[in-house]
Design a protein around this ligand. Structure first.
Ligand SMILES: [Zn+2]
Length: 331
């Protein structure tokens, strides 16, 4: 095995990193309860030539793993000598969550609901604040990679503010199954980036707690398209006649009756108002409730967990799905 050098840093100063090289960095952002460093693994491909900084983040939810593999392949696979600009791949934002195989930080807070965090406060808030301050601020563009939560599955879909031209462009270039127009929520990482003037999208790469080979390849192709489009690499985005579906919003439906749940439609299925979409059975096997689609839409995600206490999720429905092309105008 070749000896691989890892840099351990307290601050990440992209400008100070040698050009034309791949850097493997452990960024020390906090200390754990016995005074050991909690360090975030970051791959930086610092291009030989000038250009923008594209950031890609994975595992802000600790059980969302597909993005880790996308970043390894993308950033580890480019030749920094060919690169105009800098690729920053944050392999795991929520390191304590990854180790605990859970969505939340180790104080049970969802990091993607408290951005930009606080300089002084509870553990999750400080950790996230330092990460945004030391890493995200240096980015010109951000792609935040996610998956569904435990007990649910997602389509390959993008959330983006489609009124923001650069974000809309990055969204289309993913060639996703679905795009959900979603103005940035201030408390997500995407919202925080947008508030800093950084165009940002969220890409949902299907299912948690595993590496899904095909999905990782699709995710990689989408991010590579953005590299070509931003001029970080010579070439043009690979888009043929692909279409996607743009929804003007989305929402989850919930059960109002407990019992063993079976959800009928699959992700990307179209549903019509009044369609039966799920049923709950008693433990004895009798159907005690049928659930119907509240309106027309498309299935963005769905529950696969039969254990349904009253108030569990059923379907993530995209509103008003309209076909659109993934192609973007040349710059
Ligand atoms: Zn997530």
């Amino acid at each position: 095995m070749p000896h691989l050098q890892h840099l351990s840093l307290h601050q990440l100063d992209l400008e100070s990193l040698e050009r034309g090289r791949l850097h493997r960095i452990w960024l020390h952002v906090a200390k754990n309860g016995i005074g050991e460093a909690i360090r975030i693994p970051i791959l930086v491909a610092r291009g030989a030539h000038e250009g923008p900084v594209l950031g890609i983040t994975a595992a802000i939810h600790g059980n969302e793993l597909n993005g880790i593999s996308v970043i390894q392949r993308l950033v580890g696979g480019v030749d920094p000598k060919q690169l105009s600009g800098t690729l920053v791949g944050v392999l795991a934002v929520n390191v304590p969550g990854v180790l605990m195989k859970q969505r939340q930080f180790n104080d049970n807070v969802d990091l993607n609901s408290i951005a930009p965090g606080k300089p002084v406060g509870r553990g999750s808030a400080v950790y996230l604040h330092r990460f945004i301050d030391r890493v995200i601020r240096q980015m010109d563009y951000l792609i935040d990679l996610h998956t569904a939560s435990v007990g649910r599955v997602n389509s390959l879909y993008v959330r983006a503010n489609m009124n923001e031209p650069e974000a809309a462009r990055m969204a289309r270039l993913q060639i996703p199954e679905i795009i959900v127009h979603n103005p940035p929520n201030d408390t997500t990482l995407r919202g925080s980036a947008a508030a800093l003037g950084i165009p940002a999208i969220t890409v949902e790469l299907r299912n948690p707690s595993r590496f899904q080979t095909r999905t990782i390849e699709d995710g990689l192709a989408g991010v590579q398209n953005v590299l070509f489009d931003l001029g970080l690499l010579p070439g043009t985005p690979v888009i043929s006649e692909e279409e996607t579906v743009l929804c003007n919003g989305s929402y989850w439906t919930y059960t109002d009756e407990g019992g063993l749940l079976e959800v009928f439609p699959q992700v990307t299925d179209r549903i019509a108002k009044g369609d039966p979409v799920a049923e709950a059975r008693t433990i004895f096997g009798e159907v005690n409730k049928v659930f119907y689609a509240p309106e027309d839409g498309i299935v963005v995600g769905r529950s696969i967990d039969p254990i349904n206490q009253t108030g569990s999720r059923i379907l993530h429905i995209g509103r008003n799905p309209q076909p659109i092309s993934c192609a973007v105008e040349p710059r």
